[in-house]
Ligand binder design. Structure first.
Ligand SMILES: Cc1cc2nc3c(=O)[nH]c(=O)nc-3n(C[C@H](O)[C@H](O)[C@H](O)COP(=O)(O)OP(=O)(O)OC[C@H]3O[C@@H](n4cnc5c(N)ncnc54)[C@H](O)[C@@H]3O)c2cc1C
Length: 495
């Protein structure tokens, strides 16, 4: 690190990772000179269209970016969680609102013990999802956009909005395909194909799967997650929306050798079959995808990936962000969340160290962000281990062989104690899924446990009354289309 502290940051890559990193740094540390160098020839990955709640919380609550500009330019729709066609039940919802952690005064146990037979509604947000609704209607005719929402956004529109915001904040954007000049601290300079040499005090590697700096130049070891996550490809296609309602969730549907997402854009429906090439060929996956989705109107494209992460995010004068440092398949659409976390923890580390980070701070950064990646692998493990819907070679292998890693203690606890919220004590404080996430998936998939609870008739009566009032409230709510129309009307209060 330079003796005068870090003043100039060069971000390699202009995808969502590069721009989220650049604008986060510039917003939190306006004195930094931040440049994005991106290759027009390589372009961006062009997939990554669902978010979690971490995305709006980072950009709007923490960084205070303008929501109005975001809605106008990125044109998102809202997602309140996932609907799973998964496990032995016909379906179940995983809402982002922490419904499984609720406790009601008239019920002696926590919620999971009452909804075990039918977990369709576990609160207002899942009831809204089940009714195809987004938000409650306010008196002024606008939607009450609660804090448990995420988005569906087309990747290219997202990147265009991020670039605009970054430029407005003072980030410089340069074009060029870079090669690396190595130096004592790691990287000495990046040199474009035209011979322009660009230097900085800190290099952010946001070069996507190419991982030009962390992986290629510094040869940081890659730790595979393939003992847990067997999928390594996706075939993607979609069609123009006609009269299909815009669903307020991402659909995750079990397929022969993986699963298929449905992501809802205002005028486009995006489907993708994530599969394991060890269990199905590209052509057979394409056929299964097209049979499942006969409306697909474009030529489906195949994207290959490997799941895992580099051992460290921050090595010498390089910090990796996004696909350049790790990738976990998109079952919970978590990559943008990780990018936000990696970016804000980098900005906090620089701010806290007065831009002169110490070795212990860098080690802490690495430990924290590695844990964030591993948490996602662990959470996804229970999706694969307990999905009993299909009896295909892929799903049999998942049930037999998926390694649970950090989720093992949670599963053991659940098997002995049922859906008790006390399981939250097994998770560390920054685990983004929490007890609610684990219980949604364990109860939703009907994983057997030893503590079935027989509710009293009084308890059952009040539970049914709650279900009824959630359903009534959900029916009165606005659907996504109505919400989109309403926010475009004058008088919408944004911030
Ligand atoms: C099938 C699939 C589905 C996904 N779904 C989701 C999802 O639903 N939600 C989610 O959050 N994420 C999802 N992702 C992950 C998603 O790709 C990332 O969230 C996100 O797009 C970040 O990409 P990136 O910026 O790291 O990489 P990219 O978009 O690949 O950007 C890399 C940038 O680096 C530049 N670059 C590379 N090499 C050089 C060089 N030598 N010189 C100059 N520039 C260079 C490129 O031009 C580009 O600008 C999905 C990924 C896959 C594969």
């Amino acid at each position: 690190m330079p003796s005068g502290g870090i003043q100039r940051v060069l971000v390699l890559g202009g995808g969502s990772a590069g721009f989220i990193a650049a604008l986060t740094l510039k917003r939190r540390l306006p004195q930094l000179e931040v440049t994005v160098l991106r290759s027009p020839d390589i372009g961006v990955i062009g997939v990554g269209e669902g978010t979690t709640v971490a995305f709006p919380r980072h950009l709007f609550d923490q960084l205070k970016l303008k929501r109005k500009q975001f809605y106008e330019e990125a044109q998102p729709t809202w997602k309140q969680g996932l609907r799973f066609l998964w496990g032995r039940r016909p379906e179940f919802y995983y809402p982002f609102a922490t419904e499984y952690e609720q406790q009601f005064p008239e019920l002696s146990r926590n919620l999971g013990f009452y909804c075990a037979d039918d977990p369709s509604y576990t609160g207002l947000v899942s009831a809204a999802m089940a009714h195809g609704k987004a938000f409650a209607l306010r008196k002024d005719g606008h939607p009450e956009i609660h804090n448990f929402h995420a988005f569906h956004i087309e990747n290219k529109k997202l990147v265009a909005w991020l670039e605009n915001v970054s430029r407005n904040l003072g980030v410089e954007v340069r074009e060029g395909t870079a090669r690396v000049e190595a130096g004592p601290g790691g990287i000495a300079a990046l040199v474009t194909e035209k011979g322009v040499r660009v230097t900085a005090d800190l290099y952010v590697d946001a070069s996507g799967f190419r991982s030009e700096l962390l992986g290629r130049a510094l040869a940081e070891p890659f730790l595979s997650y393939d003992d847990t996550l067997f999928c390594d490809r996706a075939v993607i296609g979609g069609w123009e929306r006609k009269d299909e309602p815009i669903k307020p969730y991402t659909l995750a549907e079990t397929m022969d050798a993986g699963w298929c997402w449905q992501i809802e854009h205002e005028s486009w429906i995006n489907r993708g079959y994530v599969y394991s090439s060890k269990f199905i060929s590209d052509e057979a996956a394409r056929q299964e995808f097209l049979t499942k989705n006969p409306k697909v109107s474009n030529e489906p494209r195949v994207v290959k990936f490997r799941t895992g992460r580099y051992a460290r995010n921050w090595v010498g004068n390089v910090v990796g962000i996004g696909n350049a440092v790790g990738f976990v398949e998109p079952l919970e659409a978590t990559s943008l969340q990780v990018i936000c976390v990696e970016s804000i923890t980098l900005a906090d580390s620089l701010a806290d160290s007065l831009c002169a980070p110490t070795p212990t701070l860098i080690e802490l950064y690495n430990r924290f962000n590695a844990q964030a990646w591993d948490d996602i692998r662990d959470f996804l493990a229970i999706h694969y281990k307990f999905n009993t819907r299909l009896d295909t070679p892929f799903w049999r292998a998942c049930r037999a062989d998926v390694a649970l890693h950090g989720a093992e203690a949670m599963v053991n606890f659940y098997r002995e104690n049922g859906p008790s919220v006390l399981c939250r004590q097994l998770l560390h404080a920054s685990n983004s899924f929490g007890a609610h996430g684990y219980l949604s998936l364990l109860v939703g998939q009907d994983v057997p446990h030893a503590k079935k609870y027989e509710a009293t008739s009084k308890e059952l009566e009040s539970w049914r009354a709650r279900l009824k009032s959630w359903a009534l409230e959900a029916q009165r709510a606005m659907d996504v289309k109505q919400c989109l129309e309403a926010i475009r009307k004058p008088g919408m209060k944004w911030d």
